[in-house]
Design a protein around this ligand. Structure first.
Ligand code: ZN
Length: 444
């Protein structure tokens, strides 16, 4: 470790904790030990935390007092980890409807307003507190350590904010972050990023998978590569072809992280770069089917998250809208933290049929990757028995290609899915500037 990094790790971080009233440095030390705990130790920690969370929530939160009555619970003193699955799944809709009834009236500390990304079209406000934020910051630092990053290593980050604000700018300067907006990725903007990487000898790049993919594609188009040590992605789907291009162009591995704009760090890839380890110190993840029942390991379902810190607004069984599965095999790294598959997109990114077929977004992206005669596509499912595929044809397009695509799709479905193709001149981006490949209104 270089002298400056040692200084940041051992002096600046604890000092900023002291000034800001945080405990990031201490929490990070705890997490570094916790990650190597035995499964027994991890489970007994979580039993304790879930018991505290459920007890406090049912004592203090009006919404959870109602839940107690619905569940016919007279006393909350015996609530355990096994009771967690009896609690209702917290939908974004419920958060909007219940409003203040989800807030702890006795909470007196500082509250932080967090917003979901809104990529499902519904934006949700969730309140966080200092203890939950400590956990998030420390977990993020731990995830980055897994990818070889040390605090104050020079890095480039792409993000949502156009204006970083004075405190963040100061932090960027101290911790050597070069921040760029992930929007408006013109060649000029990308060129500026590259100049920064070269001038500052940057070895780590962080940000939205799609924005880093665009940067890598740009480099490739001008016939260049760069040698980085690690790339960290989050925020939107890291498609297999995104990963291939980024790893080829930056000549390093991509570590995918899974967090939520609502102020949660849920899982990330370790140095093995396979599944994503669940952040079991801070959250409980569940994978459930459309009826809310747990999916068997290996089966894809909705990701439900519980934040173990109670805070000012407990998040118990919050429906993320994302889709993934748990993996069966343990990770060769030796950590016992449960493994999650990569996030397979959002629930609305999956075509499902009456026979239970599930075609994930990656299925379609890989299929269409083989057909360069189609420039863009978007799959839309309004009814369970059929899909419409909008496509933008290139000059070399022949209509016969569509039969082949239809066969490929139908071969992967037990249900005789009707597939219609609709030629269009353009497929508009979402309001969030993201490209949606699949939009399904049929519940998973
Ligand atoms: Zn691992």
């Amino acid at each position: 470790m270089q002298a400056y990094q040692f200084f940041c790790q051992n002096l600046i971080l604890p000092l900023s904790d002291l000034i800001l009233g945080q405990r990031v440095s201490k929490t990070l030390k705890q997490l570094r030990e916790f990650q190597w705990n035995s499964l027994d130790k991890i489970n007994s920690y979580r039993d304790r935390k879930v018991h505290l969370l459920l007890t406090k929530a049912t004592e203090r939160i009006p919404y959870y007092q109602d839940v107690m009555k619905t569940l016919n619970l007279r006393s909350n003193s015996m609530l355990s980890y096994d009771d967690l699955c009896r609690f209702p799944i917290l939908e974004k809709q419920t958060i909007r409807e219940q409003g203040d009834r989800l807030i702890d009236p006795r909470f007196t500390g500082r509250r932080y307003k967090m917003m979901s990304s809104g990529s499902t079209g519904v934006q949700t406000t969730v309140w966080s507190d200092i203890a939950s934020m400590n956990e998030v910051y420390a977990t993020q630092l731990l995830f980055w350590e897994w990818g070889g990053f040390k605090l104050a290593d020079r890095h480039l980050q792409t993000g949502m904010s156009v204006d970083r604000g004075a405190t963040k700018k100061l932090k960027d300067m101290i911790f050597r972050c070069n921040y760029f907006s992930a929007f408006g990725l013109t060649d000029k903007h990308l060129q500026l990023m590259l100049e920064q990487i070269d001038r500052k000898k940057i070895e780590f790049v962080f940000g939205y998978a799609s924005s880093i993919y665009v940067l890598a594609k740009y480099l490739e188009s001008i016939g260049e590569t760069r040698q980085l040590r690690s790339v960290f992605t989050w925020g939107d789907s890291l498609f297999p072809n995104f990963r291939q291009v980024i790893e080829r162009v930056f000549r390093c591995k991509v570590s995918d992280c899974y967090g939520l704009g609502e102020g949660l760090q849920c899982a990330a890839q370790c140095e093995i770069h396979d599944g994503l380890h669940e952040a079991m110190h801070g959250v409980v993840l569940e994978i459930v089917d459309s009826a809310g029942n747990p999916c068997p390991t290996g089966e894809i379902g909705r990701v439900i998250v519980t934040r173990l810190e109670h805070g000012c607004m407990p998040l118990i069984r919050y429906d993320t809208g994302d889709v993934a599965s748990f993996l069966l095999d343990p990770c060769p790294c030796g950590r016992k933290l449960r493994l999650l598959s990569r996030i397979q997109g959002r629930a609305t990114d999956i075509v499902s049929t009456p026979y239970g077929d599930r075609l994930i977004v990656h299925f379609f992206t890989q299929l269409f990757e083989m057909v360069p005669q189609i420039r863009q596509f978007q799959v839309r499912q309004e009814q369970p028995d059929r899909i419409r595929i909008l496509y933008v044809a290139s000059d070399r397009f022949e209509v016969g290609l569509l039969d082949g695509l239809k066969k490929q799709i139908q071969m992967n479905c037990k249900y005789p899915l009707q597939v219609d193709f609709v030629p269009v001149s353009d497929i508009p981006l979402e309001r969030s500037n993201k490209r949606r490949f699949v939009i399904s209104n049929v519940p998973l």
